[in-house]
Write a protein of this length. Structure first.
Length: 134
């Protein structure tokens, strides 16, 4: 299973989008500049960095000693965050939020092994799970 977009594709997506939007706004005369790219590039850099920090896909491997206790705790934490188990794909259990919320948060993929769990999600979701599970 592919991990999803990492740092470089995520940065490029937000950088290009941010640059184009800022340059378009500057070219419409809303901001007084001689070259719209002067506004577009810094804004694109900022958008790329922020987008990468929050939205890149990340893999987190969590060791555990009791599989049943870990599974129950993970299910509780994910339920509290609004996720529900939806399906199983290639050995991963897929957790998702409602269709509208899923656009901004993505899915959480969990693969349980003998002594560890592999969790794939957006970086912001992984940070929240680390706080809740550690």
């Amino acid at each position: 299973m592919e991990l999803g977009p990492g740092i470089v594709p995520t940065f490029l997506y937000y950088f290009v989008g941010g640059t184009l939007i800022a340059a378009l706004v500057a070219s419409q005369g809303i901001v007084e500049v001689s070259n719209p790219v002067q506004i577009g590039l810094p804004f694109g850099l900022f958008a790329g960095l922020v987008g990468t920090y929050f939205n890149r896909s990340e893999l987190w491997t969590v060791p555990y000693t009791n599989k049943k206790a870990f599974t129950e705790k993970l299910a509780t934490v994910l339920t509290d965050l609004g996720y529900q188990e939806t399906s199983t794909v290639e050995g991963y259990t897929v957790y998702a939020r409602s269709q509208l919320n899923q656009i901004t948060t993505g899915k959480v993929l969990v693969q349980l092994e003998e002594c560890s769990a592999a969790i794939i999600a957006r970086a912001s979701t992984i940070r929240t799970l680390k706080q809740q599970l550690e």
